[in-house]
Design a protein around this ligand. Sequence first.
Ligand code: ZN
Length: 178
Amino acid sequence: MEVRYYPDPVLRERTRPVEQFDDALADLAREMVETMNQAGGLGLAGPQVGLLLSIVIVSADTQPGSEIVLVNPEIYDTDGWEVSEEGCLSFPGTYVKIGRFGRIRARYRDPKGEPRELEAEGLLARVIQHERDHLDGRLLVDRMSPIQRMTQRRRLRELKDRYEHRTSETRTGFEAAR
Ligand code: ZN
């Protein structure tokens, strides 16, 4: 699986709920965990690997083994407010202070389809909220204030240039292959 970078349009798509809890889903979840760990991230959502399904991987630390797979996650209870620095695998090198609920409860299904709930605070609560945003096509850049967007303007421009460069290379490669 390859991580998709801003401004790849797939990151703007809305996902659909998972309905089939089969081996294929378990395989996808495993691959997503691997991809996230290889990239050194704390969270990864379906659209970030081009998958328009409601599935996210989250972890409270970068130690392999502490990942949680949340299928069809919904945040249903929130409390407190914390502003802290946040990054995203789809925005390499970009870190901004973002406000998020300090504590949340989430309902989800595990890859076998079992309904589950979890309560999280601090970093894990932040990661879950960030990944939940991805499932609606909402990105870090949408959570930035106008001033933050100004400050990050050059970085965002670089990401756009890099994306355009990469997609034109892919196109050329494809044409050459024919
Ligand atoms: Zn992200």
